[in-house]
Design a protein around this ligand. Sequence first.
Ligand code: FDA
Ligand code: GRG
Length: 450
Amino acid sequence: MEKYDVVIAGAGIAGASAAYFISRKGFKVLLADVKPFHRAGDKPCGDAIGKHHLDELGIEYPRNGELEGLVRGIDVYSPSEGMKYRVLGEGFEVNRVAFTQRFIRLAIDNGAEYFQETQVKDPVIKDGIVKGAVLWSRRKGSWEVSTNLLVDATGMSRALIRKLPREWPIRDELNPTEMNVAYREIRELKKDIEEPEILRIYVSKDKAPGGYWWFFPYSMEPHTVNIGLGVQGGRGYPHPKDLLYTKVLNRAELRESKVIESGGAAVPTRRPINTLVWNGIAAIGDSAYTVNPIHGGGKGSAMLSAWCLSHALEEAQGKWDNDALWEVNKCYMSRYGAKQAALDVFRMFLQELSDEELEYGMRKKLIKEEDLNTVSLKGDLELGIVDKAMRLLAGLRRPSLLLQLKIVADYMGKVKDAYMNYPQKSKGLKAWVSRVDDLFSEYRARLYKK
Ligand code: FDA
Ligand code: GRG
């Protein structure tokens, strides 16, 4: 039987970048995906990625065929569209397939094996530890490989994690309300797009309940835009495609535009999985819920989780047990997970607001543009003392909204602290999970008691 150091299931951006990061450290890697190479990484997406992610991981910027557009910032519109916040920040619209293929090629150059059109069907568990995987392809049928670490990078399907014993903490199931169902089209418009390097996000409970609709121009392709809509799951809201067609595409500037590509998918919008590694298996990317809960962007943090895994493998010096690989958790939680968990707190608050409250909050600047920047970069909602007093005056007609915002800021701080104090060893996990669960239950009880 073929033996690998690491077998990675799924060659989306998480799995492909993990294969690259891990193989360059000299590990023997197998990367397998059910899709053929020409469809690598083609999950429907808004295709936006912040430049800072690439800088932090030492990844070359996309160019030529990998680049669809340059981004200078994002405009966030209020429900009436009468107000907008401009959040400046550099980034890219990527060609998701070419960008993902880059990592597969680099991994192969480093010696990794890559099997396209190959499903990783089952983890092989012996004596309570994952020791291998069953693979299947139309050409070869089923066969088993042995591995020191199996990585589930299968996205929202969590194809392998779902097959693990229920009591393993890496199972950490997702509640349907903790995801968005999103649909998007790439369209060619008749007219020029104003400020094509500014992405647009439209918040509106009426049009996109518990989510938003977006208009992301591809500045390298004149007239071309990635336009889509996401709604919160588990609430019985209408399908995002129907909402996009009935509430958005009838706008004058979008009429008669031509559809180039279309598709939808789900996106996790919650705090990260409780542990990214357990008993011979790891999870990265969407299968580890590494997406930003506020805006649903997950490419950058998926690559970060892949990098943290490669870093942990190096630190483990040939050992494969939970504690040896624990660095993946410490790395991910401190670099992104803590902010992500704080943003989960903020997400729950935002999803409860009516359009009227959102409009009011933005008009009165209860949260200002600078705050939005700090919130999205660090997960901190810092309400300075003077600011608080001023906002109290501005918000007098809605004291309950302001009080709630204070509760939100308080719990964001508590949750972020809890994640910054993530257990140093696996034996501390159970107590930590129970503390975090209590914090979230307490918060929910206060938030929903209006
Ligand atoms: P992904 O789902 O991409 O990859 C999983 C891979 O596993 C697939 O290739 C699949 O074929 C394979 N697979 C599944 N089961 C398998 C098995 N058993 N064996 C082998 N292979 C298997 N993010 C962002 O940063 N900017 C954005 O603008 C957007 N916009 C956006 C819009 C929409 C509509 C959605 C749905 C999502 C976004 N996102 C986003 C989120 C982003 O797309 C997402 O976080 C990443 O693509 C996740 O990458 P992964 O590699 O984790 O999973
Ligand atoms: C509002 C709960 C809620 C969810 C939104 C509509 C939706 C769900 C998902 C659509 C996904 C989408 C279009 C994401 C693009 C967001 C974006 C601007 C990503 C790029 O940001 P980065 O890479 O991210 O700079 P971070 O925050 O990691 O720096």
